[in-house]
Design a protein around this ligand. Structure first.
Ligand SMILES: NC(=O)c1ccc[n+]([C@@H]2O[C@H](COP(=O)([O-])OP(=O)(O)OC[C@H]3O[C@@H](n4cnc5c(N)ncnc54)[C@H](OP(=O)(O)O)[C@@H]3O)[C@@H](O)[C@H]2O)c1
Length: 327
């Protein structure tokens, strides 16, 4: 057990170059808490929104971004039952993951099954649980349905595409450039569109015989909004769950009325706030991994202390799939 640790902080909203390493005394768990020694931290676009102030700055000054991680329980608070020192666990929470060790409420942790590494678990907790709620709760995929996924080669995209197929759906993915479209094809997407070079709605119309898709899962936002709406079938569901290219402008209702479309803007944390729901979704996610329905490949690794490089790569669209930070 160490008595000093570190976190990566942003003193104020800014660029990745503004990250600072800060040494901290190793915290001691209070009631209901455990001390988690982190072995891997997942990188997410959400971290970029927190870092640059796209999302409200929720603290006085120093912000520690980071939303998913995995490691080993190093100490437990006085009243914690069900978890012991040495247990392998993982979590997703909106902030404070960029740390070598951290306190965490015991009811936010899930056990990592044998055979799944800390790095895999760290990448699945936010991205995999997101894919899970999107295709089981937001718009449940049933056999015969056709879905469009924007940014198919990204972190969420690599998980959600194969999972839609495993549920009996057909899935069309978009990605930028030859390398990423090839990757999406290898992942099992039925059709892949290079959205830098092709008209997405026109290709979707060709693929679906003019009908359009039942649902679009769009985490790209501004750049893909119009193509997503144009790709939907009559009475289709537009799921806008992110904005890696920028925020979607306010939507005139008539844009939806033209095809009687449904529109939703869901977030993960409202789907796992209840500890029992968190546990059941995580259990289904780990089962899907064990059954080979999804995979948890770690595509890129950076030392946590060099998180600035990881942010730059993510924002510059240089990453595919999941990236982990190693404390
Ligand atoms: N609502 C929720 O519950 C929830 C949960 C998790 C994630 N999300 C959202 O889901 C999205 C995907 O997250 P992720 O962490 O898996 O990221 P990611 O998809 O790995 O990275 C973003 C990808 O978006 C594409 N992109 C298109 N235009 C871009 C631009 N102007 N700048 C940067 N990237 C652009 C890039 O792929 P190409 O190069 O192929 O275009 C890039 O690789 C994010 O918007 C995230 O906030 C939402």
């Amino acid at each position: 057990m160490s008595d000093s640790d570190y976190v990566m902080v942003m003193p104020r909203p800014g660029t990745a170059a503004d990250f600072q390493r800060r040494e901290i005394a190793t915290p001691q768990p209070g009631e209901g808490q455990v001390l988690l020694r982190q072995q891997a931290v997942g990188l997410n676009f959400l971290d970029v929104y927190h870092r640059n102030g796209t999302y409200p700055w929720p603290v006085e000054r120093d912000l520690v971004p980071g939303s998913e991680g995995a490691g080993v329980v190093e100490a437990v608070g006085p009243d914690v039952t069900g978890l012991r020192v040495g247990d392998r666990v993982a979590y997703t929470l909106p902030l404070n993951a960029y740390a070598s060790a951290r306190l965490i409420a015991a009811d936010r942790l899930v056990r990592v099954p044998d055979g799944i590494t800390a790095q895999q678990a760290a990448t699945l907790m936010l991205k995999g649980l997101t894919a899970h709620y999107l295709i089981t709760s937001t718009f449940p995929i049933r056999p015969g349905m056709i879905a469009l996924v924007q940014a198919a080669a990204g972190g969420v995209g690599q998980i959600i595409g194969p999972w839609i197929r495993a549920q009996g759906g057909t899935v069309i993915g978009t990605a930028g450039g030859a390398e990423k479209t090839a990757l999406a094809r290898d992942l099992g997407y039925d059709h892949v569109i290079d959205y830098g070079a092709q008209d997405v709605a026109a290709r979707v119309a060709e693929i679906t015989g003019g009908k359009g898709v039942n649902v679009v899962y769009d985490g790209v936002g501004q750049a893909t909004w119009k193509g997503s709406l144009a790709s939907l079938a009559v009475r289709g569901m537009m799921v806008s769950f992110g904005q890696s290219s920028g925020a979607v402008a306010p939507v005139p209702m008539a844009e939806l009325g033209a095809k009687s479309l449904f529109l939703t803007r869901p977030t993960l944390f409202q789907h796992i706030a209840d500890p029992a729901e968190l546990q059941s979704r995580a259990a289904e996610m780990f089962a899907a991994l064990a059954d080979g329905k999804i995979s948890a490949q770690v595509s890129h690794q950076f030392p946590l202390a060099e998180v600035a490089r990881a942010h730059d790569a993510l924002e510059a669209r240089q990453t595919t799939g999941a990236t982990v930070l190693i404390p």
